[in-house]
Ligand binder design. Structure first.
Ligand code: PAF
Length: 279
């Protein structure tokens, strides 16, 4: 069932809670793929009711980013949601979410300044603001996030802890294409050649993990090898970052340890792709 109004979504979930049903929530920006489907399936396993939201949130896009061209296809998404037997789709308009005079934001400090946050100022503030709004509207028992956006997952976990929100945050494994490319709605932007080159991102991560498993823990060596692999394709326009960090604080490491995160952001053509692996 499609719900467009905040007031209606609130009264639906209020009734469900009154009936004692548990609510799982999967926030998305639409253009659904297998990664989203894995979150939906997990939510359906864990909860009586699953709510998915589709909202391309302008607050989390920078001025020169891809808000206007972000892929949107409601009919295709509806088909997937029907197939997966999702109970409710919350599909608010921009005006509904950000009416005239909207002027409140919520910001997690510290970990939002590292990795993607260093290159996308304001991005995580946009994410936490919209996610907090969605949590307040839906009041889910559990919410599901893909670990491809590992930093986003940790930022939301921190917001929930710091603001004492009554929702359990569940991180779900990255879903990859057969050749290893992490699934993302933005893969849609890639030309055939770029798509071929994009496979090197996950190959570099897998290679670094293999080296680490063989006993090489020198971060500069691991990063150098990854750089070499990624730069071997002419479609790679710019490596924004390749970092090996503590997976809680996102502080850079000199010697990698088990549990650390290798994260990268790379422009393949004009498309910014991110991926990561935990050691
Ligand atoms: O990961 C996403 O798709 C978005 O950042 C989210 C969590 C739906 C907030 O807009």
């Amino acid at each position: 069932m499609l719900v467009e109004k905040i007031s209606e979504m609130k009264s639906v979930t209020k009734r469900l809670r009154f009936e004692g049903r548990s609510i799982g929530f999967v926030p998305t920006m639409g253009f659904l793929h297998e990664g989203h489907v894995s979150l939906i399936r997990r939510s359906k396993q864990d909860n009586d009711i699953t709510v998915v939201s589709i909202f391309v949130n302008p607050l989390q896009f920078g001025e020169n980013e891809d808000f206007d061209r972000y892929p949107r296809d409601l009919n295709r998404d509806l088909e997937i949601l029907r197939e997966e037997k999702v109970d409710y789709l919350f599909y608010p308009s921009h005006k509904e979410m950000y009416p005239d005079g909207f002027s409140t934001t919520v910001e997690v400090k510290g970990i939002t300044e590292k990795l993607c946050g260093a290159f996308r100022p304001g991005h995580f503030k946009g994410v936490t603001t919209v996610v907090l709004k969605l949590f307040n509207i839906i009041k889910p028992d559990r919410a599901y996030f893909g670990l491809k956006d590992f930093q986003q997952y940790k930022v939301i976990e921190r917001m929930v802890r710091d603001l004492n929100l009554d929702v359990e945050i569940v991180g779900c494994p990255i879903v990859r294409e057969k050749d290893g490319l992490a699934m993302s709605s933005r893969n849609r932007y890639l030309t055939d050649n770029e798509r071929k080159g994009a496979v090197l991102l996950s190959q570099a991560l897998f290679e670094a993990k293999k080296m680490f498993d063989l006993g090489i823990n020198d971060v500069s060596k691991l990063k150098e090898e990854m750089k070499k692999i990624i730069q071997s394709n002419p479609e790679v326009r710019e490596i924004q970052y390749i970092e090996i960090v503590d997976s809680e604080t996102f502080e850079e490491k000199v010697k990698a340890e088990k549990g650390d995160l290798i994260a990268l952001a790379v422009f393949v053509g004009d498309t910014r792709l991110i991926d990561n692996i935990q050691l």
